[in-house]
Design a protein around this ligand. Structure first.
Ligand code: ZN
Length: 158
């Protein structure tokens, strides 16, 4: 298990465009594994490669029903609307209201570089949109209505 350092807002890398992945390599497999470890360790529901300093179009998402790995993802369908609090591992301790589609369909490659489509509603749709935005250098803070507010975390007892 390897935890990578999560870049925080203010770091230029979060504002850059990520490049499509052209082939799966051992290096990228390790990156994906580390991204999952890093996301779970931080109790996040998603993480994008630029957040760990890698400008590749790789995203991991898990809203509690098992991990999704999305490579070169694009949203090909979106409908409905949801407004709710969103947070980001790159803006620790903050949250803010963002409006997103309530349903999205995403086309991407899986870890075997096969084309797949994933559908998501509610939190999963929100997570897909949020993470795909990271690949374009967009942070949820850019989309927040009403400003960011502080979130209190409960202390975890081990
Ligand atoms: Zn984020």
């Amino acid at each position: 298990m390897a935890i990578r350092q999560v870049r925080e807002m203010g770091d230029d890398i979060l504002r850059k465009q990520s490049k499509p992945l052209t082939k799966m390599t051992l290096r990228t497999k390790i990156l994906i594994k580390d991204m999952l470890d890093t996301m779970y360790e931080a109790n996040g529901v998603g993480l994008a490669a630029p957040q760990v300093g890698i400008l590749k179009q790789v995203v991991v998402v898990d809203v509690g029903e098992g991990p999704y790995v999305l490579i070169n993802p694009e949203i090909i369908e979106a409908s409905g609307e949801q407004t709710g609090d969103e947070g980001c591992l790159s803006l620790p301790g903050k949250a803010g209201k963002v409006t997103r589609p309530n349903y999205v369909k995403v086309r991407c490659l899986n870890e075997d570089m096969e084309e797949v489509e994933y559908e998501g509603e509610e939190l999963l749709a929100r997570a897909f949109c949020h993470e795909i935005d990271h690949l374009k250098g967009i942070l949820y803070a850019d989309l927040v209505v009403g400003g960011l507010h502080d979130v209190e975390y409960e202390d975890e007892e081990e």
